[in-house]
Ligand binder design. Sequence first.
Ligand code: DGI
Ligand code: FE
Ligand code: FE
Length: 368
Amino acid sequence: MRLGILGGTFDPIHKGHILMAKTALSGLWLDKVVFIPAGDPYFKSGSQNISLAVHRLNMTKLAIEGEPAFEASDMEIAREGQTYTSDTLKELSEKYPGDELFFILGADTLVQFSTWHEPEKICDLASLAVFGRRDQTGDERLSSEIDSLRERFGARIHLVDWDGFETSSTEIRERAAKDEAEDEVPAAVLEYIREIGLYRPHPSLEQMKARLRRELKPSRFIHSLGVADTACDMACIYGEDPDRAYLAGLLHDVGKPYGGALGHAAAGAAIAEKYYGIEDKEILSAIAHHTVGSPDMGLLEEIVYVADMIEPGREGIPDLERLRELAYSDIKKAVFACAASTLSHLKEKGKSIDEATLSVYNKYSFYC
Ligand code: DGI
Ligand code: FE
Ligand code: FE
């Protein structure tokens, strides 16, 4: 089989990418093209404003739906740490032994090729399918680059005549945010962008929910809705703003896929700020402190800390009914009871106890 490989951030995938893959398919007699969205740069090196990988992968899948020769792969997204093309090609050559690999890249990127990680390994594993304009392919700089790559790395290079795609990704994002990119973006992708409010600095509540539903596991998403409702009800009782409490509850576990048992709280605050456009410092702080708490929590933080433990979907916590009663009658006692419950759970499991959890327990014991 002759297999094309098209990598990219795909933020978003657009009609230019699809056309490029189709051109490779017919021009190089390929059997299949694999689209490989790059991993999350936010959690890896650099901190450019690139959408979360889960959405870039979902959009890629939507864009190639119904195209039997196209496939989307999460191999770079799933990989830990820095991702290198040479690793991707190695993985593909193991997955498709005996197949011929064609790595697709633009003529403009070829000039930097020799600075990539392990260029000789890349050339060993795959042919390079270089996309460029005819006049550009006649360009002296490009042909000398090609000669040099052939000489230095034994590169096998195919030139594909390609007019390029005029619109820049920045422009496409701006147009897509306003739902105006039907010329550039496949309809299903545009619909996805609209539904989750991607590229909007301030998505609506409905869009945030749609986004969260795709970022979290179903049970975690349902738990988040439960915490949002519970925090909202508690806010009404204690005179806190119910909308802010709802939002803090909804987003409290948004970092769960990234941060681990304790780290997900801080990761969540960073994601809520960067990707959900949350500017309210108290909401961000409620998210950041929801797991271990803090000795000087404000009301909103206390509400989310408690709501997380008592929401209707929670089960298996001893004395849950008493905790629920306290949550709606005395917030300070409820915080203390939640800290006490966490402490005895951790002791029972022989796990280490975070300093913050202990200090919450000590401070709130004064209220009891
Ligand atoms: O994210 P949730 O599951 O909804 O709940 P959470 O944010 O309260 O996280 C629960 C996890 O955090 C659970 O695995 C216990 C752990 N945890 C909470 N306090 C401490 C703790 N783990 C350690 N090691 N020390 C703590 O003080
Ligand atoms: Fe949590
Ligand atoms: Fe939670």
